[in-house]
Design a protein around this ligand. Sequence first.
Ligand SMILES: NC(=O)c1ccc[n+]([C@@H]2O[C@H](COP(=O)([O-])OP(=O)(O)OC[C@H]3O[C@@H](n4cnc5c(N)ncnc54)[C@H](OP(=O)(O)O)[C@@H]3O)[C@@H](O)[C@H]2O)c1
Length: 238
Amino acid sequence: MKKAIIIGATSGIGKGLATLLVENGYKVGITGRRSELLDELKRKNPDSFVTKSFDITDTTSSVIKLEELTTELGGLDLLVISSGTGDLNEHLDFAIEKRTIDTNVLGFTCVADWAFKYFEQQKAGHLVAISSVGGLRGSRQAPSYNASKVFQINYLEALRQKATFLNIPIIVTDIRPGFVATDMAKGDGQFWVGTVEKASKQIFDAIRSKKPIVYVTRRWRFIAAILKRIPGILYCRM
Ligand SMILES: NC(=O)c1ccc[n+]([C@@H]2O[C@H](COP(=O)([O-])OP(=O)(O)OC[C@H]3O[C@@H](n4cnc5c(N)ncnc54)[C@H](OP(=O)(O)O)[C@@H]3O)[C@@H](O)[C@H]2O)c1
């Protein structure tokens, strides 16, 4: 039986993917700060879910909890970082920026590094993280969110390069959603909003086929291609 951990499985994409992994025979360690939501999910399939509640911004405790969870699962083949936060922040409220950086940069790096080193020792493994199409360009509405997502995109590329350099079969998958119907989808003018079910299914397919980079839902790759090509002088007026 394959073993997976999902960081941020209390709601949204992480919860959807956790459910899908269990339906496909995985034993899944589910994490997040809201322990009552973890317990609720576990009740649906007590034999397949193992819960561990922690805040990834507390890096010391996160490493301890990841070790404990892996022991309770009896190993680890796949780790998915779906945790994330971000808010519209037109007035540059530093508390919002700090929370976003602490979660999406500091906490993300702690978990990604722990997983990579675990897989390096094991000589195999699959690290998946949910970044965002938002990471492709800056955003005046949510500066730290988009900046934290480009950090994730760049960091994942670094880990993919490192795995190749070490010649160890560690797969690193960067999932870049557009809009998905969760609490995270904020702001006016949303379009092509995918359901959690569709996003989870496409992420699961990407995991199975060991893809390096995937846009979710699939048609968001067209928006990504356009975003990358808009000249800076034009983009600044948008
Ligand atoms: N929905 C979208 O439109 C969209 C688009 C692009 C990218 N994404 C990305 O997709 C990922 C999943 O988001 P979602 O849409 O599924 O939103 P969500 O329902 O709000 O899920 C976020 C998850 O992150 C966990 N989390 C947040 N802060 C945490 C912390 N400090 N420590 C541990 N866990 C933490 C939350 O659990 P607790 O609150 O229980 O801790 C929750 O399980 C995020 O990285 C997000 O940036 C989403």
